[in-house]
Design a protein around this ligand. Structure first.
Ligand SMILES: NC(=O)c1ccc[n+]([C@@H]2O[C@H](COP(=O)([O-])OP(=O)(O)OC[C@H]3O[C@@H](n4cnc5c(N)ncnc54)[C@H](OP(=O)(O)O)[C@@H]3O)[C@@H](O)[C@H]2O)c1
Length: 337
């Protein structure tokens, strides 16, 4: 099969189209003929040597694919009734930049009705991450603010951000977002953010306090961290939860822990990739029940910014690093397999 390999750590041009053997599915895994694979920022970190695959995962980059199940034994637990020939999208721990990929059956979901494989390939990594952090870990809607809780999404125009805004909005929550240009802010608002804040020209602390009449937000999904963290604690409502999923702004911060005690705040975070198949299967079940219906009735729309032929993975990474995109970048394998 054709695959995109990281030949050495470095700039986008270390990504090369190579021949590799088709992977062999193990117990509980299926073989997928890949139509499309999503590009995520963690792939860029992996290419640079800053994000190693977990033990046992493919060395090829790629955390999500969509395509057709063409092999593997479908004899274990199969909550969505999948079978050979079905179109699925799948969350992977690696190996998605290839003409074929193996995935645990429990991490495969049917392509939502009405969506293309290009669109479906853009979903798993960000949707699993958003669900597990905003709804499982930070419990949006189940805290002291009840059903009226408010979400702030930092990096609202990222792949993660466009997913978080739309899922929270579709489930009835108020959402604010930040982004780095006015154009990106308008895109966040079109996706359902009540107000997007250009963090380069506005102070998100001031704006959030003013928008919420001093109350603050209940949950913040944060990919910046660093010096943002104390400012974020200051705009959490009493009982609020800050969930950190990346450290784009740095890994250290100085905090006033008194604020956490006095106002019952929670500071937490997680990474999805090394978690168990059982954990990911639990998220898949929740996504299928709560989010797939919203994708199928159009309340949530995949945001695919640009599609590249898979052979141009380097150009896809260069675009991601330019941070000019809004939403997801996808590789198309259909002409290469
Ligand atoms: N923990 C997990 O399990 C997990 C899973 C998946 C992804 N992630 C992480 O989540 C992040 C987003 O991933 P992605 O694939 O969605 O990447 P992406 O589309 O490339 O988005 C990165 C975003 O960061 C924004 N950004 C950078 N500095 C910012 C700041 N100071 N304030 C607000 N936004 C800022 C950029 O927007 P501007 O250019 O407008 O600043 C850009 O939209 C990555 O760091 C990734 O590693 C974590």
């Amino acid at each position: 099969m054709k695959a995109i390999e990281i030949t050495e750590f470095g700039a986008p041009d270390v990504l090369r189209l190579v021949e590799r053997p088709i992977p062999v599915p193990g117990a509980g895994e299926v073989l997928i003929r890949v139509a499309a694979s999503g590009v995520n920022r963690p792939d860029v970190f992996q290419r640079k040597g800053a994000y190693a695959p977990p033990p046992g995962a493919s060395d090829l980059p790629g955390l999500e694919v969509a395509g057709e199940i063409v092999g593997g034994a479908i004899d274990g637990p199969n909550p969505f009734g999948l079978k050979l020939g079905d179109r699925v999208c799948a969350l992977l721990a690696g190996g998605g930049y290839a003409g074929y990929a193996v995935a645990p059956l429990m991490q495969c979901l049917p392509v939502p009705a009405g969506l293309t494989e290009i669109e479906a390939a853009s979903l798993p990594e960000t949707f699993f991450t958003v669900w597990s952090n905003v709804f499982d870990r930070a419990q949006l809607g189940a805290g002291e603010g009840g059903a009226d809780e408010i979400l702030l999404v930092q990096g609202g125009s990222s792949g993660i951000g466009v997913s978080a805004i739309q899922i929270a909005r579709a489930l009835g929550f108020r959402v604010f977002a930040t982004a780095g240009t006015d154009e990106k802010c308008r895109a966040c608002e079109q996706l359902g953010a009540e107000r997007a804040i250009n963090y380069k020209t506005e102070d998100f602390v001031e704006v959030i306090k003013s928008l919420t009449h001093g109350r603050g937000v209940d949950v913040i999904l944060d990919m910046v961290a660093g010096s943002y963290v104390p400012r974020e604690l200051s705009v959490l409502a009493d009982g609020g939860r800050l969930v950190v999923i990346a450290l784009l702004g740095g890994a250290t911060a100085e905090l006033n822990l008194g604020e956490i005690l006095r106002r019952r705040l929670t500071l937490t975070g997680s990474t999805l990739r090394p978690r168990s198949v059982a954990f990911k299967a639990g998220i898949a079940a929740q996504l299928k029940a709560r989010v797939w219906p919203c994708l199928e009735d159009g309340r949530i729309k995949p945001v695919v910014y640009q599609v590249f032929p898979a052979s141009q993975a380097a150009a896809a990474h260069a675009l991601m690093e330019s941070s000019t995109h809004v939403g997801k970048i996808v590789l198309d394998w259909r002409t290469l397999v």
